[in-house]
Design a protein around this ligand. Structure first.
Ligand code: F0G
Length: 461
């Protein structure tokens, strides 16, 4: 089961492409659309797999797989300790899984959100915290998959355009693999913590005087002109790694899967990957249903929301993106077609939320002792909107996907608590809720009297 038993299929025209002949920009030569990885040996008996010649159907056995994946939790092998490669039978993309470059990503916690659930009247509300990955974001799960491919194919250089987290992950995994990395970032529009990670891990880090979408355009030319391997989420191998949180969630729910999973939307690779994971699990008989997958965008970076509103996701109009949730400040998302398809296939929604709703939701998650970066908090803000609209019932089990660690953007958190984050207009209508969540830092004389006066006041409130 370990051979590279996969092929690539265009999501636009359906053309099948063999991995060895894929273009450097991972787009279809015929129609320029994105590709996805597929495993023809999983197709049901009698269902022909076009262009495929690996022999008879060898669909993995669900019961044996569940047992094997659980057994691996006891193993000391690095690839078994990885929450991505532990599930390697569902992503057989490497010639040899021992070639995997791993930092023990995945195996992230699923927390119950008790206070928030109580406030909203939910019985079962969870947060899957992908910020608990080695570099602090969900990008690690995709990076281990795609960078391992790059190494197997003999590349020395990898590259990405990023709002920060992809670059941090790529720089770290490239350093582990003793490869070189090139990072293009929108100058002044990413958090210092993310920039510091790329630098620390030795990436050639270029801040360009443009936004994320501009960095993507420049990188496309660089990749055409230089022997570098593209690691943005247009790379379909990234999504193979990013589908594994779906498996972890299903495993936690004893393979029953929750009713609803809510994901932030930026370049829209992650929602596509999770959808692929859940749909494949059902296809293979590992679970008996798929959750609804809902994507939430910031109001200032909402092209998928507008596309679904105006033309049911048939085409997309890029927007000039602007949000303080800088990770999802993306106006022209590459994987919009895949994400729209996942929403349609699973019966989910696409919602948008305001800057104040994001800040409030982030503070609420913080109060649960969990914390996340602003882009992750759109999930809770979106859930609240969907409940108000009657689209999610309080009896449903819901998982919010938290994509980044709270320390990824501490400037945002500090500005929020000092009331320097939002303008008066942005806070309008939510002033009371926001001020209840703000906590001051106090500057005191170095005396126990001063501290005790503060403590007394706090005990009385
Ligand atoms: N949340 C965080 C913390 C992110 O860093 C990103 C994307 C997203 C959500 C959105 O995920 O793009 O798959 O829809 N960050 C990218 C980056 C674009 O360069 O780090 P998506």
């Amino acid at each position: 089961m370990h051979e590279a038993s996969h092929q690539l299929r265009c999501v636009g025209c359906g053309a099948v492409i063999q991995p060895a002949t894929v273009e450097k920009d991972f787009r279809c030569i015929a129609c320029s659309e994105l590709l996805e990885v597929e495993y023809p040996s999983w197709s049901a008996a009698g269902e022909p797999s076009p262009g495929y010649s690996l022999g008879p159907r060898r669909m993995p056995n669900p019961g044996a797989l569940r047992w094997l994946w659980r057994e691996r939790l006891e193993s000391r092998l690095p690839i078994d300790q990885s929450g991505v490669w532990r599930f390697r039978e569902l992503l057989p993309i490497l010639e040899d899984p021992e070639h995997a470059v791993t930092l023990r990503e995945g195996n992230t916690p699923l927390y119950r959100l008790l206070q928030t659930a109580e406030g909203l009247g939910f019985e079962q509300l969870y947060a899957k915290h992908q910020g608990m990955n080695p570099t602090g974001s969900f990008k690690d799960t995709g990076m281990t998959a795609a960078l391992s491919q790059a190494r197997e194919r003999g590349f020395q250089w990898v590259a990405c355009a990023s709002t920060g987290n992809t670059s941090a992950a790529m720089a770290a995994y490239a350093a582990r693999a003793r490869m070189n990395s090139l990072v293009l970032l929108p100058e002044g529009k990413i958090s210092w913590s993310k920039l510091s990670q790329a630098i620390d891990h030795g990436a050639v880090t270029c801040q360009l005087k443009t936004d994320f979408d501009g960095c993507v355009r420049v990188l496309a030319e660089v990749v055409r002109r230089a022997p570098v391997y593209l690691l943005n989420s247009v790379n379909p191998y990234r999504l193979e790694g990013q589908k594994t949180p779906a498996l972890e969630i299903a495993e936690e729910f004893d393979w029953q899967v929750p009713d609803h999973v809510i994901v932030p939307g930026g370049n829209l690779g992650n929602s596509s990957a999770l959808g692929k994971g859940f749909l494949e699990m059902m296809h293979l008989g590992l679970s008996n249903k798929v959750p609804k997958i809902t994507v939430v965008q910031a109001e200032g970076a909402n092209p998928l929301y507008l596309s679904l509103l105006h033309c049911d996701g048939r085409e997309i109009q890029p927007v000039e993106a602007n949000t303080r949730a800088t990770a999802i400040r993306i106006g022209n998302p590459a994987s919009w077609r895949k994400a729209a398809r996942v929403i349609h296939q699973t019966g989910g929604y696409c919602e948008q939320v305001s800057e104040a709703e994001i800040a409030l939701a982030k503070a609420e998650i913080g109060q649960e002792g969990i914390g996340c970066e602003p882009a992750s908090a759109v999930t809770l803000a979106g859930l609240k909107r969907l409940v108000r609209q009657g689209k999610i019932d309080r009896s449903e089990s819901v998982v919010l996907l938290l994509t980044g660690h709270t320390l990824k953007d501490s400037e945002y958190t500090i500005d929020f608590h000092r009331d320097k984050l939002l303008t008066r207009e942005e806070s309008a209508g939510l002033e009371r809720e926001l001020s209840e969540k703000r906590h001051a830092t106090l500057s005191l004389e170095a005396s126990s009297d001063a501290v005790l006066r503060v403590l007394e006041a706090a005990i009385q409130t």
